[in-house]
Design a binder for this molecule. Sequence first.
Ligand code: ADP
Ligand code: MG
Ligand code: ZN
Length: 447
Amino acid sequence: MTTNKLEELLKKHFKFDTFKSQLQEEAIIQISKRDDDVLVSMPTGSGKSLCYQLPALLHSDKVTLVFSPLLALIKDQIDHLTALKIKAASLNSKTLAAERAAILTDLKTNSPTTRLLYVTPEQAATQTFKDLFSNIVKRDRVAYIVVDEAHCVSEWGHDFRPDYLKLGVLRDGNKVPVIALTATAGAEVIKDIVGSLRLSSTYKTFRTSCFRRNLFYDVYYQNLLDSPYEHLKAFIKNCLNSQDDLLSKENKPCGIIYCRTREQTEVVAFKLCEMGIKSLCYHAGLKHKERLEYQESWQKGDYPVICATISFGMGVDKASVRFVVHWGVPKDPASFYQESGRAGRDGRASKCRIYYNRTDRRAIEFHLAHDLAKAKHKESRKVKAQNAIKAFTKMVEYCETAKECRHRLFSNHFGEPPPDCRNRCDICRNRKEVEERAHNFLMKCIQ
Ligand code: ADP
Ligand code: MG
Ligand code: ZN
């Protein structure tokens, strides 16, 4: 398949001039070859659908089967494809008998006109579907087996669906390439996807690197500072200082301070206001209306700093966040990646700092031990609690020791090779000083 041909299809059918990213293009080139299984792991919004929709058009005598967990997602895709004049249909619990019959008739011909057939995993388990599947596979009419939102096979994610686990049996007795797509990139999740969907040992992956080169990571210890709040203030002033006076209010630099408790958000916001930095607090104890109002004031740029519990952030998509502080300690590498990752969405240099203390560490350890004790007899809850403890231990180690590049916490978590940090963290920038600080911290703790 020539790249030209793919670009032509891109323009003609999808009305895009270029691929969204090099990774999208590479994935599409590989998938078009139809010679191996493929796993695509890219963040939401990166254009994963095109990775199978475009190759599906190359095989005009075959249908691409797409397994997707939600009717709403399926409906969006079908509407979108229909608008592009690409023939797509769906088999789900709501499909009317007449439509179902039409789909089955079409697929049983030698040159089916349906290019993409969306199927819910529940539907895949029915006898009707199994019969259809073996029929079309036998006649070599299936181009790809696509599993969208593939993290649903994994109990590590938040979206686990037992029906997804059964999709692995579709592999039996055929060589149709499986294309798995997900936005979740954790190493455990990927392992589950590869295992459950029985991807070939030579499967190809296309993954966005987790390394965010515009984010600088460092750690300070509250108990080593003369005045932690003064230190915080200086940091904020430095981050918010913008040379660009032309920026509109909502694009002015701003920041988020994550605290463990509601009280902490209030205390930190109060201290900062006292020191002349306009700050809000945000937590689940506020009235719904207040929460919306505060989030909006921050979003609009009336208040540059928001001190929040981790309930803040869902749906927050502000590009000009110049810093994210954790006042205390994040609960695990995945949460830390997500929370600190709200900084620098515009690609400009931004900072992610932890102001660590042992009090928060103990409080979290206490809760985790409590969860484990409560899970005594329930095996799955116990495993979850043990995993949470393991993950937190990594966070503590990250904060209390100055062993390796800060970005490696994430590359290890996501199972990627270590990134080329180039001084985008305190340890790479000045290892000696950071080691000394960590040493002083430990000395002070045992005093
Ligand atoms: P994902 O599944 O990764 O979350 P989608 O497949 O839903 O992402 O695509 C996200 C958006 O990107 C959609 O609006 C889609 O039309 C758009 N998109 C995909 N590919 C391209 C491209 N090559 N050029 C421009 N926009 C694209
Ligand atoms: Mg998607
Ligand atoms: Zn580094």
